[in-house]
Design a protein around this ligand. Structure first.
Ligand code: DMJ
Length: 607
């Protein structure tokens, strides 16, 4: 025991300074060991620093190479312009964006954060209502009390990967959504927001509850088409099914309100196997085809009894006309461009010929704009709503590899420049509701409010995807920043009463979440996120899968074997297709996430 204690105390002696003072050689050895260790650590740090410098040099070189590659692609595009059709250009964009694109990734994240802010504000102050009034921090029902903001947001949440929020919205749709409302609802608004939103959620997630719900509301809307001509009444009581037109139209049906249900109701038939929805809405187009003028431009009022156009009413690509023209093109795309849907494309092309006659140039800056027509007189006024047209033209070009397609694309580019200037020319950098074109002063704001509409951003998204020109993304970023500056408040996003004074209103429109923020997000995403050759967006920006179209007879045949069986069959087919494309989208998003982490990791390493 004694021996043990003494050996252990002798071991600890080496830690005492007096031990070394008595042994100078050991002290010297210790000093040398200390110097060597310090040198080693210092050397490793130097190595790490050199390594970092090398990495940043490599990143720089990589960026230079990317620039060179972009120039080369641009050069190839320029030199092959005559034969380079939009589709090929989208492939170029695809390749290009697979390279490091940190700026757009950061922008995409900012947009996602904006969506989260809008959504959580709605969740906190207006859950279950149609829309949020951010200043009063309360909800309001403008669309029959169907929770329009929730349904309009489903696909945006899904695409942005906001899974928790999507699940909560789905639970609400499953357990709380009630269509049995004794209120007059707009057939058009309910179709594009609710039917469209639910079908898109179904196509994206594959969850049958969304299809069931879409079918329930579709059934409640159907009586609106029971008119002598088949042109629908635009308002319907959701509980009782009695339909009529609003008093202010003088009994007429509105062109856009009657010709913008085709994409949704055709999709509903295709997915349920029940032809009744598609028959009602296609009959409308047949009736309009019968009165279609040579220039393809219809007045905004149609008589639901005679089926004739009210020729006293104006012709416009803005309010009340707009999406009728959009759907002629989109039904053709949705139907896989087959013979069954060819008449839609033909009608659309006719309308585009008519559109050319409405085109004028401003003075002095030569901005291309779309006039309105009353009788034979052209009115030099353009709605911001008409800024969907550049996107529509570009989409038409994307699906038409001919000289005509290039003409559409070139008109689209000119109009997009005008629409961007609607934003860029105001004090707040947000566009007014419409513009008057006066000789000598280009454009001046007419109606001065901005309700955070999506049309310009929508067109920028199409144009960027189809041409690969980064200018469209830069313009979009300018507009996004203006919304952040002018419209964002603690409790959501609001519109402006006046785009020059910046005075705010008290409304967060559901289309801000459905469309404006979704199109911003897609503008900064690679084109593989909801690719244009596989999806078609309804007019409320709800993407629907392009599927091989069954005609009514095929559906009826299938129907006899049992509606439920057909639903399951179609559901399985769609699920297969969805799986395939969503696996692609998901892996793309995952890849981008990893890429971003790597970049951020590098950045942190540098600071
Ligand atoms: C949306 O409801 C749709 O885009 C519709 O086609 C036009 N109006 C709003 C957005 O501005």
């Amino acid at each position: 025991m004694v021996r043990h204690r003494s050996s252990s105390s002798s071991r600890w002696r080496i830690l005492h300074p007096s031990y070394y003072l008595k042994r100078p050689r050991r002290l010297a050895l210790l000093a040398i060991a200390f110097v060597c260790a310090t040198f080693l650590v210092w050397d490793r740090q130097t190595l790490a620093r050199e390594h970092e410098a090398e990495i940043s040099k490599l990143i720089e070189e990589n960026a230079q190479l990317e620039n060179q590659l972009r120039d080369l692609i641009k050069y190839a595009e320029e030199s092959g312009k005559k034969n380079s059709f939009p589709k090929k250009q989208e492939e170029i964009v695809q390749r290009r964006t697979s390279y490091n694109d940190a700026v757009n990734m950061e922008r995409q994240i900012k947009v996602k954060e904006a969506m989260l802010h809008a959504w959580t504000s709605y969740e906190k102050y207006a859950w279950g209502y149609d829309e949020l009034q951010p200043q009063s921090r309360s909800g309001v029902n403008n669309f029959g009390g169907l929770g329009a903001s929730i349904i309009d947001s489903l696909d945006t949440l899904y695409i942005m990967g906001l899974d928790e929020q999507f699940q909560k919205a789905k639970e609400w749709v499953t357990n709380s959504l009630d269509f049995n409302k004794d209120v007059d609802a707009s057939v058009f608004e309910t179709t594009i927001r609710v039917v469209g939103g639910l079908l898109s959620a179904y196509d994206l997630s594959g969850d049958i509850i969304f299809l069931q719900r879409a079918r329930q509301i579709g059934d409640r809307l159907l009586p609106a088409w029971n008119t002598p001509s088949g042109i629908p009444y635009n308002t319907i009581n959701l509980a009782h099914g009695n339909a009529h037109n609003p008093g202010w139209t003088g009994g007429a049906s509105i062109l856009a309100d009657s010709g913008t249900e085709q994409v949704e109701f055709i999709a509903l038939s295709q997915r349920t196997g029940d032809p009744k929805y598609q028959e009602k809405v296609e009959n409308v187009i047949k009736k309009l085809h019968a009165i279609f003028p040579d220039d393809g431009l219809l007045p905004i009022y149609i008589n639901p009894h005679s089926g004739n156009a009210e020729t006293y009413s104006k012709i416009t690509f803005g309010a009340m006309g707009d999406s009728f023209y959009e759907y002629l093109l989109k039904v053709w795309i949705q139907g896989n461009k087959t013979d069954a849907v060819k008449p839609y494309r033909e009608m659309w092309e006719k309308s585009m010929e008519g559109l050319k006659n409405l085109i004028r140039k401003s003075k002095p800056s030569s901005f291309t704009y779309i006039t309105e027509r009353s009788g034979s007189a052209l009115i030099d006024k353009m709605d911001e709503l008409a800024c969907f047209a550049p996107g529509m033209l570009a989409l038409g070009a994307y699906h038409d590899e001919s000289e005509k397609g290039l003409m559409y694309l070139s008109l689209a580019k000119e109009l997009a420049r005008t629409c961007y200037n609607f934003y860029n020319s105001t004090q707040t950098k947000l566009a007014g509701e419409n513009y008057i074109f006066n000789e000598g002063e280009d454009m001046v704001v007419g109606t001065s409010w901005n309700i955070m509409r999506p049309e310009t951003v929508e067109s920028l998204m199409y144009l960027w995807r189809i041409t690969g020109d980064e200018t469209y993304r830069e313009w979009g970023w300018d507009i996004f920043q203006a919304f952040e500056k002018q419209s964002r408040i603690d409790s959501g996003y609001v519109g402006l009463r006046d785009v020059n004074s910046g005075e705010k209103d008290d409304m967060m429109q559901s289309f801000f979440l459905a469309e404006t923020l979704k199109y911003f997000y897609l503008l900064f995403s690679p084109p593989s996120v909801i690719p244009l050759d596989q999806w078609v967006f309804n007019t409320e920006a709800h993407p629907l899968k392009i599927t091989t179209r069954l005609d009514s007879m095929q559906m009826l045949g299938n129907h006899q074997f049992g509606q439920q069986a057909q639903e399951v069959k179609i559901d399985q087919r769609l699920r297969g297709e969805r799986f395939e494309s969503f696996n692609r989208i998901k892996s793309n998003i995952l890849e981008r996430g990893k890429h971003r982490e790597r970049i951020l990791g590098r950045k942190e390493g540098h600071s």
